[in-house]
Design a protein around this ligand. Structure first.
Ligand code: NAD
Length: 252
């Protein structure tokens, strides 16, 4: 599905990003994986290579303008171009109601989840425009980017921001051949979900019960949607916020 594509993936040191990197490599892409977690990146790269995939890694903090610009430059230097990017790095932040939330937590979450996506998209779009070649960008938002969720005001605000950034950039660059979409995962079994469940022991069960399918999702189920959006099979799709959520947002 991604044969010959040169793709960059952030937050690839674990969870959804790791699954996406392994799948993209298996689908034929050359993949640059980025994360703040070096050990996680090494594990992802090993898994990709064991499956016969091709990739490189770069420790990158998506909140840093120079790190992100270096990541895009290194990807182009390594693969001689950039066809696609999956901006997936994110953090959940603290668990607290709005009136009890700290400004520090709010700024930290927005900085990674929203400013990080902005910095990545800006550098990726600049590179694609400069090369004059078509491209596809996918961001990870969340169902928390489509509706409110209690105890996570900064997270919800940042993910609504990702949906807005995605739609705006999609309109701006559609005629340049750059498609920009986001996936909105429901509850997916990763470190992030375990961390949330640790705040409320029944959170995992409650989240699972709130989906129409009555189960949590697996990282590869988000990876499949992201890889499809990155591929030419999604050639007429841009500006969408695609729920991949076991029917959670479809109704009560
Ligand atoms: N797990 C879920 O239920 C769920 C639901 C909706 C959306 N999401 C989103 O999916 C994405 C992936 O999350 P996950 O569930 O795989 O969690 P995860 O914690 O396993 O993965 C997130 C990755 O992002 C990396 N990261 C964090 N801050 C970074 C930074 N500043 N720069 C670079 N990398 C950084 C982490 O090191 C980690 O490897 C996130 O954007 C998250 O908000 C997850």
């Amino acid at each position: 599905m991604l044969q010959g594509k040169r793709i960059l993936i952030t937050g690839a040191g674990g969870g959804i990003g790791q699954a996406a990197a392994v799948l993209a490599a298996a689908e034929g892409a050359q993949v640059m994986i980025a994360d703040v977690n070096k050990a996680g990146l090494e594990e992802t790269l090993e898994t990709m290579k064991a499956a016969g995939g091709n990739g490189q890694m770069r420790v990158t903090n998506v909140t840093s303008e120079s790190d992100v610009e270096g990541l895009v430059a290194d990807t182009i230097a390594a693969f001689d171009g950039l066809d696609g990017a999956y901006n997936n790095a994110g953090i959940e932040g603290d668990w607290a109601k709005t009136a009890e939330s700290s400004l520090d937590n709010f700024n930290r979450v927005v900085s990674v989840n929203q400013t990080g996506v902005f910095l990545c998209m800006r550098a990726e779009i600049q590179a694609m425009l400069k090369a004059g070649t078509p491209g596809a960008i996918v961001n990870t938002a969340s169902i928390a980017g489509l509706a409110g969720a209690q105890y996570m005001p900064a997270y919800v605000a940042s993910k609504h921001g990702v949906v807005g950034l995605t739609a705006s950039a999609a309109m701006e660059y559609a005629r340049k051949g750059i498609r920009i979409n986001c996936v909105c995962p429901g509850p997916i079994e990763t470190r992030m979900l375990s961390s949330l469940a640790s705040n409320h022991p029944r959170a995992g069960d409650a989240l699972s019960a709130s989906t129409a399918m009555k189960r949590l999702g697996q990282p590869v189920e988000i990876a499949q949607a992201a890889c499809w959006l990155l591929s030419d099979r999604a050639s007429y799709v841009t500006g969408v916020a695609l729920p991949v959520d076991g029917g959670m947002i479809a109704g009560p």
